[in-house]
Design a protein around this ligand. Structure first.
Ligand code: UDX
Length: 440
């Protein structure tokens, strides 16, 4: 099939390449000509395991094209909307202007198809109620149908999650009258459906809510265990033990109970705040007050680490040398959006600390967005002469670090394990004072 993916940010670029990988002819469109030129050469503009191969293979075999011009999309049957919906500057809600501009540009092409069925598929995360408004606008054009099909991919597993998602959710205007659009989207996803991936057809509102509910629930799990972690610090309990044992109850589950410095990235914080905001607009303020606490517990973790650092440095951050291991919001990505690690780095820097940050892949983004922070290519250079080391992103290579070697480089052997991944006895045996969050 011939499909387009409008918006080639992280989600759109991965979706475009993955759809080409399963055999479709795909046109990825973005207004950012530099990005389109890079993608068109088969080069990934961000770090994502496995993406480079899928991208370059499909650019080379001629199934995947990138363009800045809507004229190239005139005989496309299925248009995916993968535009960003960033948090608005004026509050918690989402900025839908990129989707609006894309629809303005797309509408003349849809009209020109003279009633031939065309599917528009929204993948962006939007406040509940958005799809119906867009659907009503598109319904004025004969032959055009809108499906809202939320995306659940995780960074670091983006290609895998796109090609083998846990579920496919289709949001439609009326579940009793959606045979055409379901059939068309089933045809796009036929290779995934052949793998027996569950597919559900709901109304627009349910589909929209599935996405933000999932991310807000995951955020809730993390803040819950982080609150428990604080009690562990006070009482001497071990949060890893508590998480392990409660996770053995299937109703709770083991995942997303890793205590530490909390969640960040482009999705969890934004979706949580978006849900709070939309619930407020819809009159459900009180029932969603707890999500504000989930957010506050999360950002409070960052302050918690700053306080811990101050205490370990005898109450004075000014002029003290601090090495930060990890800048990305989680491993296997170079994404530094709302990174807890960098937020902590900036807070320490603003209190006068001499902060050095290292990361295996995200340093380019650190230099671009946070020029005030000193970026170091290697762990050794970051740790050399440090008064305190903070491990803030759990890159696998950091778990393998040799505490004896680093002991020789640091000025003072003090480390905070912000992600609870270090072998505490081994580090302590090598002479380090180790503080792990929620573990004694
Ligand atoms: C998330 C959702 O998982 C995904 O389904 C959705 O489509 C997009 O948002 P992502 O932002 O890539 O994906 O990251 P995720 O793996 O969910 O981690 C989010 C944050 O939570 C990271 O900062 C991570 O370090 C943190 N986290 C995760 C914890 O602090 N503890 C945990 O137990 C799990």
């Amino acid at each position: 099939m011939k499909i387009s993916v409008i918006g080639c940010g992280y989600l759109g670029a991965v979706h475009a390449a993955s759809m080409a990988e399963v055999g479709h002819e795909v046109y990825g469109l973005d207004v950012d000509s530099t990005r389109i030129a890079t993608l068109g050469r088969g080069l990934a503009p961000f770090h994502e395991p496995g993406f480079d191969e899928v991208l370059s293979r499909n650019v080379d075999n001629g199934r995947l094209h990138f363009t800045t011009s809507y004229d190239d999309l005139d005989d496309v049957d299925v248009h995916f909307l993968a535009l960003g919906t960033p948090q608005r500057d004026d509050g918690l809600g989402a900025d839908l202007s990129y989707i609006d501009s894309a629809l303005d540009a797309l509408a003349p092409l849809l009209k020109a198809r003279n009633g031939r069925t065309t599917l528009v598929v929204g993948k962006s995360t939007v406040p509940v109620g958005t799809a119906r408004t867009i659907g009503e606008r598109l319904a004025a054009i004969p032959g055009v149908k809108l499906v809202w099909n939320p995306e659940f991919l995780r960074e670091g597993f983006a290609v895998e999650d796109t090609l083998r998602p846990d579920r496919l959710v289709y949001g439609v205007a009326d579940t009793a009258d959606a045979a055409d659009e379901v059939e068309l989207l089933d045809a796009v996803y036929a290779p995934l459906l052949a793998l027996k991936i569950p597919r559900r057809v709901y109304n627009y509102e349910s589909a929209e809510l599935v996405k933000v509910s999932a991310n807000s629930f995951l955020a809730t799990k993390i803040s819950f265990i982080n609150a428990i972690s604080e009690l562990c610090d006070i009482t001497g309990a071990d949060v890893a033990d508590v998480a392990e044992a409660i996770g053995m109850d299937d109703r709770i589950g083991r995942k997303f109970l890793r205590a530490g410095i909390g969640f960040g990235g482009g999705c969890l914080p934004k979706d949580l705040r978006g849900l709070i905001s939309r619930a407020g607009e819809l009159g459900a303020v009180d029932s969603f007050a707890f999500l504000r606490d989930i957010d506050a517990i999360n950002t409070g973790r960052r302050e918690y680490v700053v306080r811990l650092a101050r205490r370990l440095l005898d109450g004075e951050l000014d002029g003290r040398r601090i090495a930060i291991l990890g800048a990305a919001f989680k491993p296997d990505t170079d994404d530094v959006r709302d990174s807890p690690a960098l937020d902590i780095a900036l807070k320490l820097y603003s209190e006068g600390a001499r902060v050095k940050v290292t990361d295996p892949v995200a340093l380019g983004n650190v230099r671009k967005r946070y020029p005030a922070l000193h970026a170091e290519e290697s762990v050794e250079d970051a740790v050399r002469n440090a008064d305190l080391v903070l491990l803030l992103t759990e890159w696998p290579e950091y778990k393998q670090l040799d505490p004896t070697v680093l002991r020789e480089l640091a000025s003072d052997a003090k480390i905070v394990d912000g992600r609870n991944v270090l072998d505490l006895p081994a580090w302590r045996a090598a002479g380090w004072h180790v503080e792990a969050l929620g573990r004694s």
